[in-house]
Design a binder for this molecule. Structure first.
Ligand code: NAP
Length: 305
């Protein structure tokens, strides 16, 4: 099968090549999915799990990409809950070959059914951004209706999902990002927008929850904005500063079939809009994943149409 492979950590996304790889075999409780569309997170080349298996052993050449939409083509021994021919979407294991390929083997429990009226391209754009937003707001952030949320990178893949879900839940949403993203963030539903390049973050005042996808100095300064009892949720590692009278939490997204169902239900009924920046075929994936111009939103790679 055709796949994008990486062998050199130092080369980053520029080290991606289109290669021929053996089709994966399903292990116990796995399914093999014929990948129709796949998502990729630009920071994957910096994740240890891209380079090693669960025992820390080198697993190169590895196939990146960890979210997909496609059709189940084979079942592993003992696999239940999904059937051959079923449309699915979801998040694949971090430490195994990923989704920038024609086929991938993945634990069945990591996938959810993809309704027939949701396009594969849309399906592949939802798992990481949608689940991260859901888990950060509702599990880790314990958001309550009426609270205020500061969403960094509100026009980005995760931030746009956070914005929409928080707004639907009845929160007051303040988005941040680059000057060029103001309209896009407001369009996704932020009540206000702070241009981090030209406006003072501190002018926001106190908030109940910060959802940080940027980190560094922005994360550090955000800790001071958390009201008593509030939470700083980070998806870019532990923050250097903690809220004086609140919680600081960093987490890594996990798959959850029920939450995937909640997310796709909202996409179908119009409550949630996905954020796709660019769509390319697997043959053109290396160029698409090494853009020469700024792309806002997710890049989706089509492997089968
Ligand atoms: N822990 C987890 O489970 C988890 C899950 C998903 C994602 N993540 C991480 O979350 C981060 C965001 O992911 P994403 O897919 O949402 O990326 P994305 O689509 O690129 O969104 C990030 C947004 O923040 C903006 N931004 C970044 N730095 C900024 C700065 N200093 N000032 C103003 N705006 C800034 C970006 O603008 P530019 O494009 O111009 O920089 C972009 O609009 C990544 O680091 C990713 O690895 C973690």
């Amino acid at each position: 099968m055709k796949a994008i492979v990486v062998t050199d950590e130092a080369a980053g996304t520029a080290g991606m090549t289109l290669a021929e790889r053996p089709e994966p075999e399903p292990a116990l409780n796995d399914v093999v999915v014929q990948v129709h569309a796949s998502g990729f997170v630009p920071t994957e080349m910096a994740w240890p799990s891209t380079w090693t298996d669960r025992l820390g052993r080198d697993r190169t050449p590895s196939i990146p990409g960890h979210e997909l939409a496609g059709v189940v083509s084979a079942l592993g021994y003992g696999t239940t809950g999904l059937s051959v021919g079923q449309r699915v979407f979801g998040l694949t294991d971090w430490t195994r070959d990923g989704t920038l390929a024609e086929y991938v083997a993945v634990e069945a429990r990591n996938l959810a059914p993809l309704p027939g009226d949701v396009d594969f391209t849309v399906g592949a754009s939802l798992p990481i951004s949608g689940l991260t937003a859901w888990q950060g707001l509702f599990e880790h952030g314990r958001l309550q209706a009426g609270q205020s949320v500061l969403v960094h990178g509100a026009a980005g893949a995760v931030g746009s999902m956070v914005t929409q879900l928080a707004r639907e839940f009845g929160a007051y949403v303040i988005g941040t990002g680059r000057a060029a993203d103001r309209e896009r963030a407001l369009d996704f539903g932020t009540h206000e927008f702070v241009d981090l390049g030209n406006e003072a973050l501190e002018d926001v005042g106190g908030v109940d929850l910060v959802f940080d996808v940027i980190g560094g100095d922005i994360g550090k300064r955000s800790a001071g904005l958390i009201r008593a009892g509030g939470t700083l949720v980070s998806v870019v590692g532990p923050t250097e500063a903690r809220p004086a009278d609140g919680l600081a939490i960093d987490f890594v997204v996990t798959s959850d079939r029920g939450q995937l169902g909640e997310i796709v239900r909202r996409v179908r009924d119009g409550r949630l809009r996905t954020n796709i920046g660019n769509v390319a075929d697997l043959d053109d994936a290396v160029a698409a994943l090494n853009p020469t111009e700024r792309v806002t939103g997710k890049t989706i790679i089509r492997a089968h149409s």
